[in-house]
Design a binder for this molecule. Structure first.
Ligand code: G1P
Length: 294
């Protein structure tokens, strides 16, 4: 389905807003609800679900940016045959099938892990993927942001907009009540397109948001982003912000498009306790609706 071949997933953030749970368990490994192979409700790490979403729409080359304390992510994406066989004996057979299905997807993919030696921000994490990406557009997915949709429609629509407009930036976005916690989009609707905004500017966590359109951490980016990132100065916390590089790309006549979520597409953000609570409720509800429809 996709013409892009490479996906970068960042999982290098410290997760300070989720302490003490995130002390040893990366926030990207926090569980949410999903359906297993037999259609029963199970718990699954956020990263696992992100990987499956991308795999299901055709991505096979992954680069996961990790850092100190993120070893459990590497282990999760390394099949454990012993556990799989034992699971077949002792646990319900659907658990065995669920693990076996996941392992097959891992074996069918190429997964690279790249280390971010110091937690210097989202932009710095993305820059680590430059050698993996090379000179192609790529999909970038934050490891703590997830959208649930039927048939992964949000990703299908993002790819469709990219294929039609070939922007340097194609990003998912949604209208929210408190945009000041996010990157905020300034732009105009594209005529004839109900869910598409031509992006003029992006402002990171503004005290006075210029719009209510918040960036979701799922982007298709041109490799020009790497040059832009190399010119970004660290912010007051010593972090390289991706948004600053996106702004630079737009200033250098790069084209940007924001694809707005539809009402049926649910964004889950596990970045802080209140949002994590909502992620649990929304993911459980999403499972129940799928069970009722089947
Ligand atoms: C990052 C981005 C922000 C975006 C958000 C989406 O912020 O910098 O522009 O809206 O992801 O989750 P963070 O959540 O890392 O603070």
């Amino acid at each position: 389905m996709t013409h892009l071949s490479k996906a970068v997933i960042t999982a290098a953030g410290l997760g300070t807003r989720l302490l003490p749970s995130s002390k040893e368990i990366p926030k990207e490994m926090f569980p949410i609800f999903d359906l297993d192979e037999s259609g029963s409700i199970c718990v699954k790490p956020v990263m696992h679900r992100i990987f499956e979403n991308l795999y299901d729409i055709g991505f096979k080359n992954f680069c996961i940016i990790v850092g100190r304390g993120k070893r459990s992510i590497e282990d999760h994406f390394t099949p454990d045959r012993v556990f799989s066989i034992l699971a077949g004996d002792r646990v319900k057979p659907n658990m065995h099938n669920t693990l076996a299905g996941f392992y097959q997807k891992i074996l069918d993919s190429k997964i690279f892990f790249i280390n971010q030696p110091e937690p210097k921000g989202f932009g710095d994490a993305v820059l680590r993927a430059e050698t993996f990406v090379g000179d192609e557009h790529f999909l970038l997915h934050a490891g703590d942001d997830l959208v649930l949709s039927k048939g992964h429609s949000h990703l299908v629509r993002l790819l469709d907009v990219f294929n039609r407009y070939r922007g340097d930036i194609t990003v998912l976005a949604e209208r929210v009540e408190k945009p000041s916690q996010y990157g905020v989009i300034v732009g105009e609707p594209v005529s004839g397109e109900r869910y598409l905004i031509k992006v003029r500017d992006i402002v990171e966590k503004p005290a006075k948001p210029p719009s209510n359109i918040a960036v979701i951490g799922i982007y298709i980016l041109s490799p020009r982003i790497f040059d832009a990132l190399k010119h970004v100065e660290p912010d007051e916390r010593g972090e390289i912000q991706l948004t600053t590089a996106l702004k630079r790309l737009l200033e250098e006549r790069g084209e940007g498009y924001a694809v707005l979520l539809r009402e049926s597409e649910k964004r889950l953000d596990v970045g802080n306790p209140a949002n994590y609570y909502r992620a649990l409720v929304e993911s459980y509800d999403f499972c129940i609706k799928r069970i009722k429809k089947s």
